[in-house]
Design a protein around this ligand. Structure first.
Ligand code: UDP
Ligand code: MG
Length: 347
């Protein structure tokens, strides 16, 4: 298989038909012989799945990955990537904000030896100033806190090579900030400047609270610096407490001990604040360790539907797909090898 196009979809009934038309046209005019279009249904509550089924019946390139419920954008994308069989993998959103027609120029760049060609937004149509402001602030904080160089103004719109995908699939972490993980993997990565269109139809599936939790996931899975913020606070608190202690001793010898309640109050409140901060920070990371050690499958695929209906409905694909990443990790730990097991390449 030359190319896999992976598209996570959540309640995208209004965009799907147009999306399929444009993606199919882009693939047909691209320099590839064989390709598949993987549509992930992330627990949509509208007619997304039935439109997908119609498309699958009409077009043998379409593969549907139907998740058991809404897992969120990053896990839906992971599910689609887990099914991809292509030598190159093209990821885009279902709302046509990322033009599928850029496939050919991006593929040309990739074929010249670039492992990841990631779309970088030169301009963003149809976004509110508030969203642009939040996005800018987020990338500022992220680049300050993280040691991995994560490019700004970049979404998941990208074209990557098989070896990058194999590495990505071998990473078992639960909080998946995919664009950051790909940046962390390395190899040759280059930006591809483009103008981001407005949504073709419907509304954003990233309301403010979802965006916030995405940002927290991204920052805490890419940095332990927030943990270290506790250190300067503890130092400043220590110095202040020392000075207050000296003041208390001094006032004891000068006869005004009863007045010491002020410094006592300062010490108690100061330390309580510092301890609370430390507990909150440690709690965040303990929570993350808790999630990681559970080693749950990242997602549960109800069924994988291909146009040939070979894998149609049934427990087989579910069992095969769901624990893919967890199983790999177990095998890795057992054999104690440092190299990630290469994924079987199906052609
Ligand atoms: N999406 C998804 N699951 C979700 C939320 C979003 O699969 O829980 C998909 C959505 O259908 C779209 C992509 O993720 O293809 C990006 O979402 P959206 O366009 O709403 O985000 P925005 O562009 O507004 O940041
Ligand atoms: Mg969008």
């Amino acid at each position: 298989m030359d190319l896999s196009v992976v598209i996570p979809c959540y309640n995208e009934e209004e965009s799907l038909t147009e999306l399929h038309r444009r993606v199919l046209a882009a693939c047909k005019s691209a320099p590839v012989k064989t390709f598949e279009i993987i549509l992930v249904n992330d627990g949509s509550t509208d007619s997304t799945l039935s439109i997908m089924t119609t498309l699958c019946d009409k077009d043998p390139h379409v593969v549907i990955v139907n998740l058991s419920r809404n897992h969120g954008h990053q896990l839906a994308l992971s599910a689609g990537l887990g099914e991809a069989q292509g030598d190159y993998i093209f990821v885009l959103d279902a709302d046509l904000q990322d033009p599928p027609e850029l496939l050919t120029p991006m593929l040309e760049r990739a074929k010249s030896g670039v492992d990841v060609v990631y779309g970088q937004r030169a301009e963003r149509q149809g976004e509110t100033w508030f969203k642009l402001f939040c996005s800018k602030s987020f990338y500022r904080v992220l680049s300050f806190l993280s040691e991995t160089d994560i490019p700004e103004n970049v979404g998941d719109f990208r074209l990557m090579s098989r070896r990058v995908l194999d590495q990505l699939l071998s990473m078992p972490e639960q909080q998946r900030f995919i664009r950051g993980m790909i940046a962390w993997i390395g190899f040759k990565q280059e930006p591809f400047l483009y103008e981001r269109d407005a949504r073709y139809a419907g509304v954003t599936k990233y309301p403010f609270m979802k965006l916030m939790s995405f940002a927290i996931d991204a920052i805490s899975s890419f940095s332990i610096r927030p943990l270290r913020i506790a250190i300067p606070f503890a130092l400043i608190g220590g110095v202040l407490a020392g000075l207050l202690g000296l003041g208390a001793v001094y006032s004891h010898f000068t006869g005004g001990t009863i007045t010491g309640w002020t410094s006592l109050a300062c010490i108690i409140t100061g330390f309580a604040a510092i301890q609370l901060l430390c507990i909150a920070l440690i709690g965040e990371y303990v929570g993350r360790m808790y999630i990681e050690v559970k080693r749950r499958p990242l997602y549960i695929v109800a069924d994988v539907i291909r146009a040939d209906h070979a894998n149609h409905a049934g427990a087989k694909p579910t069992k095969k797909t769901a624990p893919k990443i967890a199983k790999k990790t177990a095998a890795k730990a057992k054999s104690k090898t440092t190299k990630a097991p290469a994924r079987k390449k199906a052609k």
